[in-house]
Design a protein around this ligand. Structure first.
Ligand SMILES: [Zn+2]
Length: 92
């Protein structure tokens, strides 16, 4: 007589993987990271391809650091190392 699988053996544990991975603010995670308006390369991940300031739901920053980054980008624009808009970049 063939051995029947018990109910527990048949049942597979359903892996419940989270769809939304909680983003953590990279500046809160790493205290040594500094927001510097003179460092255009460091500000790059917070600027979209159309040269807009990326929202916090994209950057994953907390409100405090999003504000600091926004301020740094605006300062960098005035200094001239970050463009104001994609249109501006085309005309120059
Ligand atoms: Zn933060």
């Amino acid at each position: 007589m063939p051995r029947r699988n018990t109910r527990n053996e048949e049942r597979r544990d359903k892996m419940e993987l989270p769809i939304h991975r909680k983003k953590t603010c990279r500046f809160c995670a790493d205290k040594q990271l500094r927001i510097d308006y003179k460092d255009a390369k460091a500000l790059k991940p917070f600027i979209t391809e159309r040269d807009r300031i990326a929202p916090s739901r994209i950057t994953g920053l907390c409100a405090y650091h999003q504000r600091r980054v926004t301020e740094a980008i605006k300062r960098a624009r005035i200094v001239g190392i970050v463009p104001f808009s994609a249109i501006q970049r085309q005309t120059i």
